[in-house]
Design a protein around this ligand. Structure first.
Ligand code: FES
Ligand code: FES
Length: 160
């Protein structure tokens, strides 16, 4: 398909509207990274298995490698950049740092986005089993998960 066959869409990402021209086959993950420069969202398996590409769509964690960008138009997309303050780190990111909840960092954006949705839903009532179940679809090759779970539970304590 040549570029003249791209179609215009507006993506709402991290509270900002972006007008982009996309091919209908382009994945949301690729458009976020390559057209909008939001490279915090990682792409691993490209088939829905690893969770590295997770973003929030209308507040719910979704694999951005399983969504066409055209499908995301009209929805509120939040990436890890949108969860990060202009300076410094969010309380959840600080908890990850404090608990050594990352090593190579490849899974971290997806973990943070998924954990953020979990904390918003449960607040300080969040328990370990719920965290483990929610993060079961987020693959991490490095940490063994315990420190990630500790960080999420710690961050949840600070939320209503
Ligand atoms: S890259 Fe999307 S789930 Fe692995
Ligand atoms: S920190 Fe390396 S994959 Fe999770």
């Amino acid at each position: 398909m040549d570029s003249s066959q791209r179609i215009p869409i507006t993506l709402s990402v991290n509270g900002e509207d972006h007008a982009v021209w996309v091919e209908p086959r382009w994945l949301l993950a690729d458009v976020l990274r390559q057209e909008l420069g939001l490279t915090g969202t990682h792409v691993g398996c490209e088939q829905g298995a690893c969770g590295a590409c997770t973003v929030l769509v209308d507040g719910a964690p979704q694999r951005s490698c399983l969504i066409f960008a055209v499908q995301a138009a009209g929805h509120a997309i939040t990436t890890v950049e949108g969860l990060t303050p202009a300076t410094g780190l969010s309380p959840l990111q600080e908890a990850f740092q404090r608990h050594h909840a990352l090593q190579c960092g490849f899974c971290t954006a997806g973990m943070l986005v998924t954990a953020e949705a979990l904390i918003r839903a449960h607040g300080a009532a969040l328990d370990e089993q719920t965290v483990r179940e929610a993060l079961a679809g987020q693959l991490c090759r490095c940490t063994g998960y315990q420190f990630i779970v500790d960080a999420v539970l710690d961050a949840a304590q600070g939320r209503a």
